[in-house]
Design a protein around this ligand. Structure first.
Ligand code: SAM
Ligand code: SF4
Length: 470
């Protein structure tokens, strides 16, 4: 699911021969790795940012750069940023401060992503040692920008948002060898009053269905078995080709690709969540039984002020439609507390919605006023302390719900995709199709990337524990 917890760049361990992209990697095989220098790429933010970084890394590799694991070893340091909440944006300048010394050693420093889009050329004023500023809506222009840097330009920017193009790279350098992210829709045309995304990622643009399916085919051929379709409002997908594939048809078409065992999608917008998506999940077991459906608030008044385009009742109707599915579907959500004007009674409504829906998990945030957003002009009347209090109450409630749900799963068996191995012997981690994490024991020597059956033997509010059922 798209979550906005800050994350650090991940280790990379994918062989060059497994890189994938809309074009065939062989087209760029003549390139000598490292001939243009080395890069270090650090990423903050959501899965869309993670995946953008995978594409940026692929692009750089295809141009002859080599990826390295430390800023010290790099000739170019790139920082892919997040500005969804103020804290995340503040981190950027403190990190750039740390990079300052490194620039004196002759390194190129570049800021990518949402903060780049939001702050624009002002970044050069605040951090004059930066030489590249590129917003996420301009990534398709990165090759041109890199060429200008290579030609000796000391300051290069890419800040347009008025592009129809989605960011398709000749190759993508994925961090996870089994689960592949694939952006199918960029930007956002919704106008939630608190959100910077429409400003930082530009208008909604959908990728052609044939190009998506070609890449899925390649992924399957390279051994990826799980595909996660990404978009800020993934289910608003509008195929730009004459085929005019609906989102639900695309889910089924991706599932139909030989070798694909799981298809995930995130994030779904409640207003565009239609019955045919539930039918696709019912019909095709490879389409994962998990829907991330952010509600943001349980109060009709707050939802209106947030410009969320649905009421509490309409949202609950969508939940009822999902709950009526022929197989159980896990539901997760995002919630903001302390939005301007949120009263204690509004907050109580959010708590009652939590109890009514019984979410499988939740990401929750304190409202953070952001530049360019309509809610910035509403008085941010709720103190940080009060926001913190409401957040803690909300999280306690959700913990209770999860604890009860997880306890009800004791003794059940699930198929998991094994995605982690603990340092402790015989301990593994995997995800069920409904995206529940299970830590389990197995005597097997190598399980990573395989699908195994696990029986649940213990439960905590945050997860499940189990044993490999052989
Ligand atoms: N497109 C998704 C949707 O419609 O729900 C969400 C995208 S956003 C990257 C992820 C989450 O960040 C949102 O669902 C919201 O809960 C949270 N968020 C966005 N703007 C925020 C703000 N100004 N303050 C606090 N949380 C915010
Ligand atoms: Fe932001 Fe709303 Fe678009 Fe989600 S739907 S990205 S919250 S504007």
């Amino acid at each position: 699911m798209i979550n906005c917890d800050l994350g650090m760049s991940k280790p990379f361990d994918i062989e060059i021969g497994r890189l994938t992209g809309p074009a065939n990697y062989s087209e760029v095989r003549g390139v000598v790795t490292g001939q243009r220098g080395t890069f270090f790429l650090e990423t903050f933010g959501c899965q869309m940012n993670d995946h953008d970084s995978e594409k940026v890394a692929g692009l750089l590799l295809s141009r002859g750069y080599q990826q390295v694991e430390t800023p010290e070893a790099a000739s170019m340091i790139l920082y892919n940023t997040c500005s969804i909440r103020e804290k995340a944006a503040q981190k950027v300048f403190s990190r750039l401060g740390e990079y300052r010394e490194k620039q004196s050693a002759g390194k190129v420093i570049g800021v990518l992503g949402c903060v780049a889009q939001q702050e624009g050329e002002d970044i050069f004023r605040r951090a004059p040692w930066v030489s590249l500023v590129c917003g996420s809506a301009s990534y398709s222009k990165l090759p041109e920008m890199l060429a200008r840097l290579e030609a000796g330009n000391s300051r290069v920017t890419g800040l347009d948002t008025d592009t129809d193009e989605t960011f398709e790279t000749p190759v993508t350098r994925r961090d996870n060898p089994w689960r592949a992210y694939l952006t199918i829709i960029e930007g956002c045309d919704k106008a939630c009053s608190y959100c910077v995304v429409p400003f930082t990622r530009g208008p909604e643009r959908s990728r052609a269905s044939d190009s998506i399916l070609r890449e899925v085919q390649q992924l399957a051929e390279r051994g990826y078995s799980e595909v996660q379709l990404l978009g800020q409002t993934v289910n608003s997908y509008a195929d730009p080709t004459t085929r005019k594939m609906r989102f639900s048809e695309l889910l089924l078409a991706v599932a139909d690709v030989q070798g694909i065992r799981r298809v995930r999608f995130t994030t779904s917008h409640p207003s565009d969540f239609t019955r045919d998506i539930v039918e696709a999940i019912e019909r095709e077991p490879k389409v994962c039984d998990h829907v991330h459906l952010p509600v943001q608030s349980g109060s009709a008044k707050v939802l209106r002020a947030m410009q969320r385009t649905y009421s509490r009742e309409e949202y609950l109707e969508k939940i009822a439609m999902i709950r009526e599915a022929k197989r159980p579907i896990g539901i997760t959500t995002d919630i903001i507390v302390g939005f301007p004007g949120e009263t204690e009674a509004d907050f109580e409504e959010t708590l009652s919605l939590l109890v009514e829906v019984q979410y499988d998990s939740m990401f929750s945030f304190k409202y953070s006023p952001r530049p360019n957003t309509p809610s910035l002009s509403m008085s941010d009347s709720i103190s940080e302390e009060e926001k913190g209090r409401r957040l803690a109450i909300l999280q306690d409630k959700q913990r209770e719900i999860q604890a009860a749900k997880h306890a009800g799963l004791l003794g059940e068996g699930f198929e998991v995709l094994v995605s982690g191995k603990s340092r402790r012997e015989n301990q593994w981690t995997g995800y069920t199709t409904s995206h529940r994490m299970i830590n389990f024991t197995s005597q097997e020597r190598e399980l990573l990337g395989t699908y195994v059956q696990v029986q649940v033997t213990g439960a905590t509010p945050n997860g499940l524990v189990g044993e490999h059922a052989v």
